[in-house]
Design a protein around this ligand. Structure first.
Ligand code: ADP
Ligand code: MG
Length: 349
């Protein structure tokens, strides 16, 4: 699991910039009819006809957003794509293209970038998107990846953060808290490894939460599901920083309040058992953990019968008048104000 320092390393200088780009991008094929021209010219050409276009970009910096001592490069490439697509799906849109820009230090050889691009290609193929360009440059230290994702949507279907109304239901997909706990396990194993490099960690009890950290998936399926159920979310956001701060974004941008029910928050059994082991509170983890890449949405009460019983969608609360404020209703039926404890407050100190 720890970065393999003995791997074969072909210096990037052996290929030159153009040789490298050519090598990394030669087996990317175009799948979307909206892609008129992909990699290889001064700019890509897209044609969305009468659709609206959504664009989102993210920057990932080594040592800040990822740690290569437990993140294999292939997984990093996959995750870098997925987290960007998640933002497109959070608009209720279809993701269609990405650009990938990298800055790399001479610590990385060709094999390392091949692994990174293997992950990028796998994600592109699974999610049906085209890699249509990017930029490649050297860096003084470490690896930086920036991905821009593009998607399409009919204007009437766009789900902004600002459309929630009082009495709307608050709905979350999947389960939350697992990715943060997966990171805690990986950090712990890294410390053990530093002391005893021969120690082989037994991670069987943590497979789900580690996978949620190292290989998250974006909820493309939920965009399709909502369409099939004929449910138009009044607001939607993806959960990158923890439930609490995402709820607060919707409340502030929609000018509504919220009652979130602690007992309704969906948790995987591995989250509950690992919280017990680490002596952490599972609700705190769900509220403030982050990196789950699930979708959080509000829907009209009228749509409740359409989503009722669907295993992908859990009603966790409802929106209120703005004057009521934002609250967590605990299992003991106590109402406590929601705090925007982001993920940073949990990791630093
Ligand atoms: P320019 O000099 O105009 O920046 P480049 O030589 O950098 O052009 O890029 C040539 C082609 O390769 C362009 O289509 C560009 O979008 C693409 N490209 C460059 N770097 C990457 C990368 N890291 N990943 C994907 N495509 C890339
Ligand atoms: Mg360039």
């Amino acid at each position: 699991m720890i970065e393999d320092k003995n791997h074969k390393k072909t210096a990037l200088s052996a290929l030159g910039e153009f040789g490298l780009i050519e090598h990394l991008t030669s087996n990317f094929s175009v799948q979307n009819t909206t892609t008129i021209l992909g990699i290889g010219d001064d700019a890509a050409v897209l044609d969305f006809k009468d659709k609206s276009v959504v664009v989102s970009t993210d920057l990932l910096v080594e040592g800040v957003h990822f740690d290569l001592s437990y993140m294999p490069l292939k997984h990093l490439g996959y995750k870098a794509v997925v987290v960007n697509l998640s933002d497109i799906y959070a608009m209720n849109a279809q993701a269609t293209q990405i650009t990938v820009s990298i800055a790399v230090s001479n610590r990385f050889g060709l094999e390392a970038l091949e692994a990174l691009y293997d992950g990028i290609r796998t994600a592109a193929s699974i999610y049906g998107i085209d890699v249509i360009g990017g930029d490649t440059t050297s860096s003084q230290s470490g690896l930086t990846i920036s991905i821009t994702a593009i998607g399409e949507i009919s204007s009437s279907k766009i789900a902004k953060r600002s459309g929630a109304k009082p009495n709307d239901l608050l709905v979350v997909t999947g389960d939350i808290g697992a990715a943060y706990l997966g990171l805690q396990v990986l950090e712990r194993e890294k410390e053990v490894f530093k002391v005893n490099p021969n120690n082989q960690p037994d991670l069987d009890a943590y497979t789900y939460i580690i996978e949620r950290q190292l290989k998250p998936e974006a909820r493309k399926d939920v965009v399709k599901l909502l369409q099939d159920l004929e449910v138009q979310p009044t607001a939607m956001i993806d959960i990158s920083d923890g439930l609490s701060s995402e709820i607060m974004h919707i409340c502030k941008q929609s000018n509504v309040g919220c009652d979130l029910y602690e007992e309704k928050i969906p948790l995987d059994p591995q989250v509950i058992s690992t919280c017990e082991e680490f002596n952490m509170d599972s609700t705190t983890i769900a509220l403030s953990g982050g990196e789950d890449y699930e979708l959080l949405m509000t829907i009209s009460q009228e749509d409740y019968s359409k989503i009722k019983g669907n295993p992908n969608l859990t009603v966790i609360g409802y929106m209120t008048e703005p004057s009521s404020g934002m609250h967590l209703v605990t299992r003991g039926e106590e109402k406590i104000p929601l705090k925007a404890q982001g993920w940073n407050s949990l990791t630093k100190d």
